[in-house]
Design a protein. Structure first.
Lengths: 168, 189
C-alpha cells in the first residue's frame, strides 16, 4: 500500500448500496446464510484491499456481482462433496415479517436451487435483480447472445420446476 | 412466471444487520493496518535519510588525499631522507639520482606532475611499472618513484598533487654542504 494512495471510498456507503443485492445473489447460489455472509465479507475484503477505481456505478456494480458470483462458484466447488444445507434449514433462519412472504421466498430459493448454476446466475440478475441483458452480460463476463440463450433455456427450466412444485 | 409477488418476496431478502458491522470493522482494521504500514515506511525512510546524512558527513574525512613516504605521512615538517633512504641513491648509467618513493592515496581524479625529474608510476598491487613520465593522472592509490638527477649544488624540486578540491606541493630540497635531502609537503589550497 503506497503512502500516496488515494483516499478510500466510504466502505459503509458502498456496503449499503450493494449488500442486499450481493447477499441475495450469494444466497441463491449457496443456499446457506453463513456461506452467503462469508462470501459478502470476502467480496468486501477484496474491495477494501484492492481499492479498485471504477469509471461509473455500472462498472462498480458489475465488478461486485462478478466477484460475488466467482466467490460463490469457489464455495460451491469447495463444498462439492458436502451436501447443501436442506432448504428447511434456510427457512428456520429467516427473520420474517409474514409467513406467506417467508414461504414464497423458500419456494423461489428452492426453484432456483434446482436450476443449473449457469442458468441460475442469469435468471437471478435479469429477472429478479432487473439488470438488462447487456448489464447481465457485463456482470458475468459473457456475451449478450450467450446471456439471451441462457435466459431462454433457464426460463423454460424454471417454468417446468415451478409447475412441478405447484402440482406437488 | 415471475410475478410481482415472487419478485417482491425475493427482494425482501436482505443481508443481516450484523454483517454490516463486520464489514465496517473489517474496513477499520484494514485502515489501522494501512496506517501501521505507513508509519513503518516513514520510519524506514527516516532511517535511510539519517544513514545517508551520516555517510555524507563522514565522507570528506575519507576523501582526504594521503601522501606518504615509506608509509610516513608527510606534511610541512621536513622529512630527512636518512640512511635508509640512501638506498634510494642509485646509479643509472653512471649518473647518480635521488629517488623519492611516494605513495599517494586518492579518492578522486588527481593530477600529479613534477617540475623536474621523472615519475615512475607503479601499480601498488602488482608492483609493475605502469609508465614513466613527468605527469600522471589517477583516481586510485598509486606508488611513485620520483627520480631526479643528483644535483651538484643546493637544489629545490617540486611535485604537485592536485585534486578538484585540494592541491599539495611536495618539495625536495638538497643541501650540498650537509649532503642531506629533505622532503616536505604543503597544502596550497
Amino acid at each position: 500500500v503506497s503512502i500516496f494512495s488515494h483516499n478510500k471510498t466510504d466502505v459503509a456507503a458502498v456496503y449499503d448500496k450493494y449488500a442486499n443485492l450481493l447477499y441475495r445473489i450469494a444466497l441463491t447460489h449457496v443456499l446457506n446464510e453463513e456461506d452467503a455472509q462469508d462470501i459478502i465479507q470476502d467480496v468486501f475484503a477484496k474491495y477494501i484491499t484492492a481499492s479498485p477505481v471504477f469509471n461509473d456505478d455500472e462498472y462498480e456494480r458489475a465488478w461486485f456481482i462478478r466477484v460475488t458470483v466467482n466467490r460463490c462458484r469457489d464455495i460451491l466447488r469447495r463444498n462439492k462433496l458436502r451436501n447443501h444445507l436442506p432448504i428447511d434449514d434456510y427457512t428456520h433462519t429467516l427473520e420474517d415479517t409474514s409467513n406467506d412472504m417467508s414461504s414464497m421466498r423458500v419456494e423461489i430459493i428452492s426453484a432456483l436451487n434446482n436450476l443449473p448454476e449457469k442458468y441460475k446466475a442469469v435468471i437471478v440478475l435479469h429477472h429478479f435483480e432487473d439488470l438488462t441483458v447487456e448489464q447481465t452480460a457485463k456482470a458475468l463476463g459473457l456475451s449478450v447472445s450467450a446471456v439471451k440463450m441462457r435466459l431462454s433455456r433457464g426460463r423454460d427450466l424454471l417454468k417446468t420446476i415451478l409447475e412441478k412444485e405447484a402440482i406437488q | 412466471m415471475i410475478d410481482k409477488n415472487i419478485k417482491s418476496a425475493y427482494k425482501s431478502i436482505n443481508a443481516p444487520k450484523e454483517l454490516r458491522e463486520k464489514i465496517v470493522a473489517l474496513d477499520n482494521g484494514t485502515k489501522k493496518q494501512t496506517n501501521n504500514k505507513i508509519y513503518l515506511q516513514i520510519a524506514t525512510l527516516a532511517a535511510c535519510f539519517v544513514l545517508v546524512i551520516a555517510v555524507f558527513a563522514f565522507m570528506p574525512l575519507n576523501r582526504n588525499t594521503k601522501i606518504l613516504i615509506d608509509g610516513q605521512t608527510i606534511s610541512g615538517t621536513p622529512i630527512i631522507l636518512n640512511g635508509a633512504n640512501t638506498a634510494q641513491l642509485v646509479n643509472v648509467r653512471t649518473q647518480q639520482t635521488v629517488t623519492v618513493p611516494i605513495s599517494i592515496d586518492v579518492k578522486n581524479t588527481t593530477d600529479i606532475s613534477a617540475s623536474s625529474g621523472t615519475l615512475v608510476i607503479t601499480d601498488i598491487k602488482t608492483g609493475n611499472i605502469i609508465m614513466t613520465d613527468t605527469k600522471y593522472t589517477t583516481d586510485e592509490k598509486v606508488s611513485i618513484l620520483w627520480q631526479n638527477d643528483m644535483p651538484d649544488n643546493d637544489s629545490v624540486y617540486n611535485m604537485t598533487v592536485k585534486t578538484k578540491k585540494e592541491c599539495f606541493t611536495i618539495t625536495l630540497k638538497y643541501q650540498k654542504s650537509t649532503d642531506t635531502r629533505t622532503v616536505t609537503c604543503t597544502k596550497t589550497n
